[in-house]
Design a protein around this ligand. Structure first.
Ligand SMILES: *Cc1c(COP(=O)(O)O)cnc(C)c1O
Length: 384
């Protein structure tokens, strides 16, 4: 059996619906900022209980637009170091300095403590990233810390479609949240992004920014330094059709994750260090398991583990979140502060088991038996 790192799921019905909508879009010539974009925005807002949603060309654009709307120019914006480079690029493009912070080992995310350690006198905003789809239970403490210091909390929810903590959806803990519809993400439109917010001023600003800063679609008065951040109708209809499957994808992913949880916990033997550990989700919370994160015990050679799984068992692990923290990336040399030891350790050791929105129980079983066998064989090699 072969289990790929990722699988993009569009049913035959979805493909037919998108093909027929494409024909309609091409024949009417309504190619951008039309009815499909409005439908996609309304459905996304409803699915996340958000008052406003604005569709844009990418998740990176969504985050940059939020930060521009907040005017963070010449301030410091705290981001976790274990995130995609786009999080910090958006901060830079909005005219601010990214400040890299460490994260909690229990959530892979920023916490009130790790943000407190990274604060500067010039900190204006914090970008919380829900790594792998887990909304950290520390989010409320972090929101309180930000409120006390008049710092804006923004969420990069690129991983977190449909995720919840304590009944609140990702994207609604801070002033605004950005989502991505890149092909690997839980819901895709090919390329695309979405801003969610409850703030009418951010909503208004986002509509202006995404279309070259124009005061209105038809006018030619430019009132903000915008950009070509529109989403085409072809992308919007793709995202709209895919989004309808969010609940079904969440149900499948939750079922497979429960199986993974039980098997990872079952690897432990009394009196011996656990071969691998996993993240824990508070009861009642929703994780979409964009990434199913596992920490093999210290000393396991990740490259060998991945090679063994692929070559002997046909199992490709999903990409890490992330392999190299941003403060160690060449492009951010000017912004790297000191060591961030927790993130450095997490980045160097964790693996992500493949988890697809249409995964079968047989595939999950194959991943788990292969993972246990590969870990055991590495242990034997290590002992020899
Ligand atoms: C994917 C991703 C983005 C960027 O999304 P794009 O749609 O590719 O621009 C931003 N932040 C994180 C954490 C991501 O994973």
């Amino acid at each position: 059996m072969h289990v790929p790192a990722a699988r993009i799921v569009f049913s035959a019905d979805d493909r037919a619906e998108i093909a027929s909508a494409t024909t309609e879009i091409l024949s009417t010539g309504a190619l951008t900022l039309g009815a499909h974009t409005r439908d996609f925005e309304a459905a996304f807002a409803a699915a996340h209980e958000a008052p406003f949603a604005v569709a844009v060309s990418s998740g990176t654009a969504a985050l940059e637009i939020i930060l521009r709307s907040l005017d963070v120019r010449d301030t410091d914006v705290i981001v976790p170091t274990n995130t995609f480079a786009a999080t910090a690029f958006a901060v830079l493009r909005a005219g601010a300095n990214p400040v890299f912070a460490d994260v909690s080992p229990d959530t892979f995310a920023l916490s009130a403590d790790t943000v407190a350690a990274a604060l500067t006198p010039n900190t204006r905003a914090v970008v919380l990233v829900h790594i792998g789809g887990l909304v950290s239970p520390d989010v409320e403490d972090l929101a309180r810390l930000c409120a006390e210091r008049d710092i804006l909390l923004v969420e990069d929810a690129a991983h977190a479609h449909g995720c919840q903590h304590n009944g609140t959806f990702a994207g609604s803990f801070g002033v605004a949240g950005s989502f991505s519809f890149y092909p690997t993400k839980l819901i895709t439109s090919g390329e695309g992004g979405m801003i969610v917010t409850a703030d009418p001023a951010i909503h208004e600003a986002a509509l202006i920014y995404r279309d070259q800063g124009k005061a209105g679609f038809l006018g030619n008065t430019h009132i903000r330094e915008g950009y070509a951040w529109r989403l085409s109708e072809l992308h919007a209809v793709t995202g709209k059709v895919h989004l309808r499957h969010l609940d079904e994808f969440l149900a499948t992913r939750t079922r497979i994750a429960a199986r993974y949880d039980a098997a990872i916990d079952g690897l432990a033997r009394p009196g011996a260090p656990a071969p691998a550990s996993r993240l824990r989700l508070p009861p009642g919370d929703v994780n979409n398991y964009y990434k199913y994160i596992v920490m093999p015990r210290p000393g396991v050679d990740r490259a060998r583990l991945k090679k063994e799984l692929k070559e002997r068992h046909g199992v490709s692990l999903s990409g890490e979140v992330y392999e190299v923290p941003l403060h160690q990336q060449p492009v951010f040399t000017d912004y790297a502060g000191g060591a961030l030891p927790v993130a450095e350790d997490l980045c160097s050791r964790h693996v992500c088991l493949p988890l697809h929105s249409d995964m079968t129980d047989a595939e999950a079983e194959h991943v788990l038996t292969s993972f246990a066998a590969a870990l055991a064989s590495l242990d034997l090699d290590g002992a020899a």
